[in-house]
Design a protein around this ligand. Structure first.
Ligand code: PMP
Ligand code: GLU
Length: 405
């Protein structure tokens, strides 16, 4: 029988070089601790704590009764692709055709498809930090090279056109970012996106992956997409999905809107990997988009209230520096003042992962260290939790941090 050690060494380099998703890891550790009877508050995974709206659930039940139980077309049912086209027109004033839409098993698969479609070994992918954990790992899987543009809380985690220009090399193939951003909540304004688009005008071979999954959780203004600028639109790949807007994380439904060529390439890739995504989720997705945004707007009100709540509580913790995020449902406070301090057992907190583990084990609050998002001086807290849980979580965090010396 092969030993554990030998089997591990036999795994592909691709998998051995891949990091485990930190968001999912911290969520798993939180669940394991909770299973031992500990009262853990999870602020680690980013998912709405609301239920999927009833009309969407009803549509799924009907889809089963109507026997939508077979393979769907690889890029999605035509009605769903058309509903997405209609949404892009009415909500974003963007013109697409159904042939430019590919529906996938969550926005996560859409992102992965796009990267595998575009990146050859050695191609550079420009990613502003902090970024969502899986971006750089997906680039690694495709044997591309991530080129990071660093930002900090002082610039509200935004890059400037000058920083973008400086990161571009002849090997740059793709720029990828999210606005509203995970993990910071940062939202780029129309003017800021226009300034970035101007830089891309000078570099016609660079594609732009615009992850807009948090578009409806925006507290400052209406959502702006970089695809609105005609000079770059044919190189923009919008990624979006149903997880956040309709509290449908478990349904696994996402999509891209892109040029016909990029869409066809994603369709081809998906045809050899997963085929069309779940037929029932797709039928429900059609109804979600056709019936509008009432449920999202209700969720947004709760998120706006909690954002203020967490902001006030975080500001009150000595050693923690925070800004007021403009979108999504995360805070990304600066916590480096705790590095070098010791816990009750004399163990030194060396980095943000250590701090996240300390908060889990001592405060019983699951968070995620900023290092996996590309900025080690921070931790991420999701405020997609009830007001009472948030108040208690922040009390515990304050208490646990106060015990470090
Ligand atoms: N992009 C960002 C920025 C995310 O935070 C997430 C996680 N929900 C995704 C993409 C993937 O979402 P999905 O659940 O649709 O795969
Ligand atoms: N996007 C969520 C997060 O950032 C879900 C977890 C994941 O897929 O990484 O926590």
């Amino acid at each position: 029988m092969l030993s554990h050690k030998i089997i591990m060494s036999i795994l592909s380099d691709r998998i051995n070089n891949l990091s485990e998703s930190a968001t999912l890891k911290m969520t798993k550790l939180g669940r394991e601790l909770a299973a031992k009877g500990v009262n853990v508050i999870s602020l680690s995974v980013g998912e709405p704590d609301f239920n999927t709206p009833n009309h969407v659930k009803e549509a799924a039940k009907k889809a089963l009764d109507d026997n939508f139980t077979r393979y769907s077309p690889v890029p999605g049912y035509p009605e769903l692709r058309q509903a997405i086209v209609n949404k892009l027109k009415t909500e974003n004033n963007l013109d697409y055709d159904a042939s430019q839409i590919v529906v996938s098993t969550g926005a996560k698969q859409s992102l992965s498809n796009v990267i595998l479609t575009l990146i050859n070994p050695g191609d550079e992918v420009i990613i502003p930090t902090p970024y969502w954990v899986s971006y750089s790992e997906m680039v690694t899987l495709a044997e591309g090279k991530s080129v990071f543009i660093n930002t900090s809380i002082e610039s509200d985690f935004k890059i400037t056109p000058e920083q973008l220009e400086a990161a571009i090399t002849p090997k740059s193939k793709l720029f990828m970012f999210s606005s509203p951003n995970n993990p910071t909540g940062t939202v780029y304004s129309k003017d800021e996106l226009a300034a970035l688009a101007k830089v891309f005008e000078k570099h016609p071979n660079i594609f732009i992956l615009s992850d807009e999954i948090y578009e409806h959780i925006n507290f400052v203004d209406k959502h702006e997409s970089i695809a609105q600028f005609s000079s770059v639109k044919d190189r923009v790949i919008i990624v979006n999905g149903f997880s956040k807007a309709f509290a449908m994380t478990g349904w696994r439904l996402g999509y891209i809107a892109a040029s016909k060529e990029i869409a066809a390439a994603n369709d081809k890739l998906q045809g050899q990997t997963t085929s069309g995504t779940c037929s029932i989720a797709q039928r429900a997705g059609i109804v979600a988009y056709e019936q509008g945004l009432d449920s999202v707007n209700e969720m947004k009100k709760a998120f706006a209230r909690r954002r203020q709540l967490v902001y006030d509580l975080l500001k009150d913790i000595p050693g923690v520096k925070t800004n007021l995020p403009e979108g999504a449902f995360y805070f990304f406070p600066e916590i480096s003042s705790f590095f070098g301090k010791k816990d009750a057992d004399g163990i030194v907190i060396k980095n943000s992962s250590d701090l996240a583990l300390y908060l889990l084990n001592v405060g019983h609050v699951a968070t995620v260290g900023g290092d996996s998002f590309g900025n080690d001086n921070y931790i991420r807290l999701s405020y997609a939790a009830s007001d009472e849980s948030l108040v208690e979580a922040l009390r515990r965090i304050k208490e646990a941090l106060g015990k470090l010396s």
